[in-house]
Design a protein around this ligand. Structure first.
Ligand SMILES: Nc1ncnc2c1ncn2[C@@H]1O[C@H](COP(=O)(O)OP(=O)(O)O)[C@@H](O)[C@H]1O
Ligand SMILES: [Mg+2]
Length: 166
């Protein structure tokens, strides 16, 4: 889409992923929704922990095995979905997912690629990849791609670049 923008950044360790999440959390508004994509162990939950912190959530989100969604109170409520065990959109319809996806909280969805086509247009898509070769970094290096509305991405990019300047 024409009004979309993408940014990429490389993170060196999980503290940086937490930090990125925290900056993202601070930049979100009621109704924001984040679709997270990345292999097992990529760092999606770590990023959500940071987002929670940025939203002023006191608890630390984790990935419960048999629960699809956990909610947390913060500056804005956080709805944390983990769709690892979900194989189709039908399974989400039964739990009234739309109340969260299209509500006034912030929604963060791990394994967003399990259900395509149900995300609103303003969804912020974040892909985390682990570099395949060691020449690209260490074991804790992660490549991040963030895609969203142009206006949000450009302003976020500015904030993130300042925060990661050493
Ligand atoms: N740069 C990094 N960002 C996030 N996690 C990292 C990073 N480097 C190493 N890790 C480790 O990878 C694991 C990521 O776990 P988790 O966030 O649960 O992954 P996911 O939710 O994507 O399956 C953690 O054990 C974390 O310590
Ligand atoms: Mg996880």
């Amino acid at each position: 889409m024409a009004n979309m923008e993408t940014m990429e950044l490389q993170l060196n360790n999980s503290n940086e992923t937490l930090k990125l999440g925290e900056i993202i959390g601070k930049s979100l508004n009621p109704g924001s929704i984040i679709a997270l994509v990345g292999d097992l162990g990529a760092g999606k939950t770590v990023l959500v922990k940071g987002i929670a912190k940025g939203l002023g959530v006191q608890e630390e989100p984790n990935s419960p095995t048999y629960v699809i969604m956990n909610s947390y109170e913060g500056r804005i409520p956080l709805y944390h979905f983990d769709l690892y065990r979900v194989s189709s959109e039908d399974e989400l319809f039964g739990i009234g997912y739309d109340e969260y996806f299209f509500g006034d909280g912030v929604t963060a969805v791990e394994w967003a690629d399990r259900v395509q086509g149900i995300f609103p247009e303003h969804t912020i898509k974040i892909e985390i990849t682990i570099p395949e070769s060691e020449s690209e970094g260490s074991e804790t290096t992660r490549n991040i791609t963030i895609e969203g509305r142009r206006e949000w991405v450009l302003s976020f990019k500015n904030t993130a670049e300042q925060a990661f300047q050493t």
